[in-house]
Design a protein around this ligand. Structure first.
Ligand code: 5AD
Ligand code: FES
Length: 363
């Protein structure tokens, strides 16, 4: 079957996706062009901003790929105080970013839960409810998710990392603290509470096959997600998975595979929000712009106070760690215009998919 006839199918089979993930050269260009057109027709060429605040790198988990895992004693730990988070949110508000994301290592202590709650309430107050708040703070109890939602957070990001249970347990310790089913349940709970829910995976993990990636895309479709963030896996030398570094596909290929994942997902889920992730920029200086051109519509400029950025090293060579928020603000607009898009200043830029009345939950 020709590539064009696959692209034009109303829905992709697993085999179709596998074929698309293997494309290169002119056929890959066709895929990218098709995905770009789907995006333009369905959600236009506006890119929405989420000012990213990396609240703390203190983490109770031990994910085998992650530079801020609990057992990495070489990581310098920090937690922003409430005032610093509010200050960063105010920067986003003053500069018309529309939304922020509060991301953090996973902690579930009472004081952490209360701190996030106070921050949400305060940000809502000082921005007169005008700034959208997305959380990315890992697995929490139903009560916690509900409390944060009622206080004003309305989007939640929780990557499944891999939707294949067997691979999940190769990249996480196999213990009750890293349970695949718990993660699935968390996604389900978030949906039931009413959050716009985002998930995603890393691309190019050790042991990962094209079939795993195809299943990840089908998983997202089946879960009927509202948002997605996918990025290339980047090895970190102070993590257990580093020992498999010689078995990885080259960085450039991880990058290209991520772009193909984004383009295929855009065709499969026409009106969701897809982020052009920071990890793409680590491999290619204009990686995020390339993602925007072929299907992504969300940028997450880092607005964490500069002095903490080095410490939030999920992976190595993370970009922009030596800049402050002001630098990023200036380059964002230029970068977005460079690929003939515009920034949706002052807008929440909610997932159109969430509002689609035809939407049904398939979990
Ligand atoms: N390479 C790429 N992405 C990573 N993340 C964590 N560690 C790495 C890594 N080594 C991603 C995970 C997590 C998100 C916040 O960062 O997917 O969900
Ligand atoms: Fe906790 Fe990575 S292991 S954020």
């Amino acid at each position: 079957m020709s590539i064009t006839s696959i692209l034009e199918k109303p829905s992709f089979t697993r085999n179709d996706i596998i074929q698309l993930l293997k494309l290169s050269g002119n056929d890959e260009k066709l895929l990218f062009k098709y995905a770009a057109k789907i995006k333009e027709d369905n959600i236009g060429n506006t890119v929405y901003l989420r000012g990213l605040i990396e609240l703390s790198n203190v983490c109770a988990k031990d994910c085998l790929y992650c530079g801020i895992r609990k057992s990495n004693i070489l990581s310098t730990r920090y937690s922003l105080v409430e005032e610093e988070v509010i200050e960063a949110a105010k920067f986003a508000y003053d500069n018309n970013y529309g939304s922020i994301v509060i991301q953090s290592g996973e902690i579930s202590t009472k004081s952490f839960v209360n701190k996030i709650n106070n921050i949400i309430l305060q940000i809502k107050k000082i921005t007169k409810g005008q700034i959208g708040i997305t959380l990315s703070c890992g697995e929490q109890s139903i009560e916690t998710y509900r409390t944060w939602f009622e206080s004003g957070a309305h989007r939640y990001l929780l990557r499944i990392e891999s939707s294949t249970e067997e691979l999940y347990y190769k990249i996480h310790p196999n213990d009750e603290n890293h349970n695949f089913q718990t993660r699935l349940n968390a996604l389900k709970t978030l949906k039931e509470i009413g959050y716009q829910v985002g998930t995603g995976v890393m691309v190019g993990l050790p042991f990962q096959t094209i079939e795993h990636l195809a299943d990840d895309l089908l998983f997202m479709k089946h879960l009927n997600i509202d948002m997605c963030g996918m990025g290339p896996y980047i090895e970190h030398k102070n993590t257990p998975l580093y020992e498999f570094k010689d078995s990885l596909i080259p960085l450039k290929e991880r990058f290209n595979q991520t772009l193909r994942m984004i383009a295929i997902l855009r065709i499969m889920m026409k009106d969701i929000n897809i982020a052009a992730t920071t990890a793409l920029q680590t491999i290619d200086k204009i990686g995020r712009e390339k993602a925007i051109q072929i299907g992504a519509n969300i940028l997450m400029p880092n607005i964490t106070p500069g002095k903490y950025r080095d410490s939030y090293a999920l992976y190595e060579n993370k970009p922009c760690t030596d800049e402050n928020a002001e630098d990023c603000k200036n380059c964002i607009d230029v970068r977005v215009h460079l690929v003939n898009h515009k920034v949706g200043y002052g807008e929440w830029g909610d997932s159109k998919h969430y509002k689609n009345p035809e939407k049904t939950s398939q979990i």
